[in-house]
Design a protein around this ligand. Structure first.
Ligand SMILES: *[C@@H]1O[C@H](CO)[C@@H](O)[C@H](O)[C@H]1NC(C)=O
Ligand SMILES: *[C@@H]1O[C@H](CO)[C@@H](O)[C@H](O)[C@H]1NC(C)=O
Ligand SMILES: *[C@@H]1O[C@H](CO)[C@@H](O)[C@H](O)[C@H]1NC(C)=O
Ligand SMILES: *[C@@H]1O[C@H](CO)[C@@H](O)[C@H](O)[C@H]1NC(C)=O
Ligand SMILES: *[C@@H]1O[C@H](CO)[C@@H](O)[C@H](O)[C@H]1NC(C)=O
Ligand SMILES: *[C@@H]1O[C@H](CO)[C@@H](O)[C@H](O)[C@H]1NC(C)=O
Ligand SMILES: *[C@@H]1O[C@H](CO)[C@@H](O)[C@H](O)[C@H]1NC(C)=O
Ligand SMILES: *[C@@H]1O[C@H](CO)[C@@H](O)[C@H](O)[C@H]1NC(C)=O
Ligand SMILES: *[C@@H]1O[C@H](CO)[C@@H](O)[C@H](O)[C@H]1NC(C)=O
Ligand SMILES: *[C@@H]1O[C@H](CO)[C@@H](O)[C@H](O)[C@H]1NC(C)=O
Ligand SMILES: *[C@@H]1O[C@H](CO)[C@@H](O)[C@H](O)[C@H]1NC(C)=O
Ligand SMILES: *[C@@H]1O[C@H](CO)[C@@H](O)[C@H](O)[C@H]1NC(C)=O
Length: 752
């Protein structure tokens, strides 16, 4: 009877929801600036986006200078100080301009009474768009041609148009009778238009006494016989010009961050089809002016029904959106997917069903049938739940109820729904460890769901312990573990979703690296050091991360560091300071002492952190087979450079500034001390964190004694470390074996 009651309440709830129609989300319309602050962005009716501008501080370079002549009404814009008028500027890299056309006129006796030969000359950064424009010649006894200059040489092209009478001419047909067209090549920046006649117009003069030549936007022109006479009054016709920044490639341009034009963080650089140079565009999901700092802004896809495919509710996120269904509805909410399945038909059944009572019977029958089927499925789920230590976890959770941060146990169904049944479109990371999915929980939280590789049943207790511990770490610089799901064969871990990628990407991806200033780098390093120090000492049971590397430091929208991936981490019982374990970690970051002794201490994290610090300083990867053998390992390279006092030769270009040399030198000394070959010589994470914090705040005196009197501490280089390491999947390496059998490797994972 209890079941019936519940079903009944559910249906009532659905009815209530149907009655209250879904509310639409409202937001203020975006107002994207297109020009620099305090710059005019208009000339008459023309909008002028940066890099174009009308005054010196407002354009990117002289090429993009626009003269706005206010003696016309409305005012007219011209390219630089030329006579070429601009009628449209598109941020996609085109301009529409109005150059003069060429005209030749003859008198009855065959003398040329009017002739001009206009020159269209574009400056650097502009080329004639070769796909949109065609050379067009109009006349009945004429040939026209252009001679011009391309970026690498000269060219010339033309065509002949003749006719014997007006009857030859056809509306819309430009095929040699009274009208001909010729395509032009790419990379044209200068054009001279010329006209000539075969017979001095003597035989056609009675119906045609002038000929014309122009480069015109093909789609705007349709030949009409009347053009033989009505072009007489036309001086200028529209042409499409392509524009681009500079004359180098994207790669070359990115080398100089101060002159690189794609200033918006959410922009990318691309090569135009025509001409030299590069252009910028906003990333997918953003719109605005990519050439301005902060120019690309999030598109609120939810405001425009053309941009989203949501049936009922749309939730805008930065750079993206997702669909949701109102409470009581289910489905993925997408018009191209399941949509939102509501209870309308059920409601109808209920109305009649309650009256007749039949519906109740049907429900019972249906439930019995589904129930039998489901019971089998539930049994397998329960089996996995038990196998994965669910009871243990439940027990621990009940015991720790007091803590509001304790792990949540998610059901498999919930996570299937969140990821559209683990659809491949929701995958955000993949590797040897398993797969990471992006999921939307029904309460609109965005999460990252990690599906690990198979777990050895013996390891379950340790796994549970870790889930419990991690879910209790509530540090702003640790990616929060929200919970897990134990009903599947392999446990699923649910983390908060961090939007801005890994530190690795930000340091090594060319499109991002120059946005990462030295101050940001130092801030990220300090945050990471602080959180590691916290894990080593402040957490209730000390935790050694074991896999500190830039790929495991995620960044949020404010570039706040979030340490992730505790798949390899170890809890260290308070009465022990070291653990013997199978060596685990990532080559390039791995503590050489730990590799040799298999003894894991907190100092191994210090070493790995040192490597990350060097990465931040130099912008080089921790391990690169592109470097000569002795320099493959970044730690080695760095130490040898430090020894030769050539530090400033390997620092990343855009971190070095005049005023921060001393700070850089001190951070490098901290990195060096972290890389000492003997763990005992390295500073503790706490000391490193305090030192970095001090440097960040501009403190003068170092806390860590990095210059040693007397016996020089061995760094990895001096110890002649050259362990041969075999690099396996995901760059992880495993060498050596446990001395104590009961320490085991946890579900491993890299990424989110
Ligand atoms: C813009 O102009 C205002 C007032 O003229 C001035 O206070 C402000 O500093 C200017 N901003 C910039 C970025 O030049
Ligand atoms: C300028 O814009 C106004 C209003 O949008 C319009 O009426 C006018 O015709 C436009 N003038 C030109 C030259 O395009
Ligand atoms: C504006 O146009 C007028 C008429 O063509 C011309 O005389 C004047 O020199 C122009 N002014 C500027 C600033 O180019
Ligand atoms: C445009 O300005 C440049 C220098 O600013 C000058 O050399 C050139 O002669 C000018 N051209 C015209 C058409 O006024
Ligand atoms: C060309 O013909 C038009 C009429 O079609 C006439 O008005 C014009 O004067 C002629 N031009 C010359 C140069 O004869
Ligand atoms: C041809 O006509 C023009 C004016 O129409 C006249 O000036 C010229 O002298 C004539 N030439 C001859 C050879 O008749
Ligand atoms: C192109 O033509 C110009 C004159 O029109 C000449 O000075 C130049 O040398 C030519 N360039 C080449 C590559 O032929
Ligand atoms: C066309 O006129 C030019 C001079 O105006 C003359 O040299 C040429 O012979 C004429 N051609 C014909 C075919 O009449
Ligand atoms: C050609 O003639 C048609 C019909 O009179 C006219 O609409 C069109 O504007 C003319 N084309 C050009 C380029 O002037
Ligand atoms: C690009 O421009 C610079 C000066 O602005 C010039 O020195 C260089 O030769 C140009 N490169 C090419 C390929 O045109
Ligand atoms: C980078 O660009 C700026 C501004 O264009 C220029 O002053 C500087 O010399 C360039 N630096 C290098 C290394 O090319
Ligand atoms: C020419 O302009 C069109 C837009 O009018 C643009 O789509 C196309 O890419 C341009 N072609 C080249 C070669 O840049």
């Amino acid at each position: 009877m209890g079941f019936l009651q519940i079903q009944f309440l559910n249906l009532l709830a659905i009815l209530v929801i149907i009655a209250s129609s879904p509310s639409s989300l409202s937001a203020t319309p975006p107002n994207f600036p297109i020009a620099k602050p305090n710059c005019t962005d208009r000339c008459g009716n023309l909008s002028i986006p940066y890099p174009f501008g009308t005054t010196p501080d407002c354009y990117q370079s002289h090429s993009f200078f626009v003269t706005c002549n206010h003696s016309f009404s409305p005012p007219r814009a011209f390219i630089q100080n030329s006579s070429v008028e601009i009628t449209d500027i598109s941020r996609d890299g085109q301009l529409r301009v109005l150059p003069f056309i060429a005209r030749n006129c003859y008198s009855r006796n065959g003398t040329n009474v009017y002739s001009n030969r206009p020159l269209i000359q574009l400056s650097r950064s502009f080329t004639v768009n070769n796909t949109a424009n065609k050379l067009t010649i109009i006349g009945c006894d004429t040939y026209g041609f252009i001679t011009g200059r391309r970026l690498n040489g000269n060219y010339s092209t033309g065509c002949i148009a003749t006719c014997d009478s007006m009857n030859d001419l056809t509306q819309g047909s430009c095929t040699g009778l009274g009208c001909c067209q010729a395509p032009i090549p790419k990379e044209v920046w200068s054009v001279r238009l010329r006209l000539g006649s075969l017979e001095n117009y003597t035989s056609v003069w009675s119906f045609n006494n002038c000929s014309y030549a122009f480069l015109m936007e093909e789609s705007a022109f349709r030949f009409s016989p009347e053009n033989l006479t009505n072009l007489r009054n036309v001086k200028k016709l529209p042409m499409v010009v392509d524009w681009a920044i500079g004359n180098g490639t994207c790669k070359e341009a990115k080398r100089n961050a101060s002159s690189y034009a794609c200033k918006s963080v959410n922009s990318k650089c691309y090569k135009p089809d025509n001409g030299y140079g590069y252009r910028c565009s906003c990333l997918k999901g953003y719109q605005g002016n990519p050439y301005l700092i902060g120019g690309c802004q999030d598109v609120n896809e939810c405001e425009d029904s053309h941009l989203n495919i949501c049936e009922k509710r749309c939730v805008n996120t930065i750079g993206d959106f997702h669909c949701a269904c109102p409470k009581g509805y289910h489905g993925d909410g997408r018009k191209d997917g399941q949509g939102c399945i509501n209870g309308e038909s059920l409601a109808f059944k209920l109305a009649t069903g309650i009256a007749s009572g039949i519906i109740v019977l049907l429900l019972i029958a249906a439930w019995l049938r589904v129930g039998l089927k489901r019971r089998r499925k539930i049994k397998t789920r329960q089996m996995f739940f038990l196998q994965n230590g669910g009871i243990l976890l439940q027990e621990k959770i009940t015991r720790r109820r007091k803590s509001s941060n304790a792990a949540t146990i998610f059901s498999e169904l919930e996570l299937q729904k969140a990821t559209n049944n683990f659809h491949k479109d929701t995958i955000i990371g993949q590797g040897g460890f398993g797969t990471v999915y992006k999921g939307f929980l029904s309460d609109n939280r965005i999460v990252a769901i990690k599906k690990s590789k198979k777990v050895n049943p013996d390891q379950v207790e340790q796994f549970i312990n870790e889930v419990i511990i991690l879910s209790q770490i509530n540090h702003r610089n640790v990616v929060k573990l929200l919970g897990c799901c134990l009903e599947t064969e392999v446990p699923l871990l649910v983390y908060e979703f961090i939007s801005n990628g890994t530190l690795f990407e930000h340091v090594h991806d060319e499109t991002k690296t120059h946005f990462l200033s030295w101050e940001m780098r130092l801030k990220i390093a300090t945050e990471t050091a602080n959180v590691l120090a916290y894990l080593h000492s402040a957490a209730s049971t000390p935790i050694i991360h074991r896999d500190v590397k830039s790929a495991n430091i995620l960044l949020d929208d404010n570039l706040t560091a979030k340490v992730s991936d505790f798949g390899d981490s170890r809890l260290v019982p308070l009465d022990q300071t070291q653990l013997s374990t199978m060596v685990h970690g990532t080559s390039g970051y791995l503590d050489p002492e730990y590799m040799q002794t298999n003894k894991l201490t907190a100092k191994s994290d210090v070493y790995s952190f040192g490597v990350v610090l060097v990465e931040l300083l130099t912008g080089k990867t921790a391990l690169s087979f592109a470097r000569p053998e002795e320099d493959r390992n970044l730690a080695n390279l760095f130490l040898s450079v430090m020894k030769q006092e050539r530090l400033f030769e390997i620092l990343e270009d855009n971190v070095v500034k005049q005023e921060n040399n001393e700070q850089l030198r001190k951070v490098a000394m901290v990195a060096k001390s972290c890389l000492y070959v003997k763990g005992d010589d390295r500073p503790s994470m706490k000391e490193v964190a305090m030192e970095l914090e001090g440097l960040m705040l501009g403190e003068k005196h170092p806390r860590i004694q990095t210059e040693h009197s007397g016996e020089d501490k061995e760094s990895m280089l001096e110890a002649g470390f050259s362990g041969s390491i075999n690099v396996g999947e995901g760059n992880s390496i495993s060498i050596g074996f446990d001395t104590v059998e009961d320490h085991i490797v946890l579900p491993e994972g890299r990424g989110r």
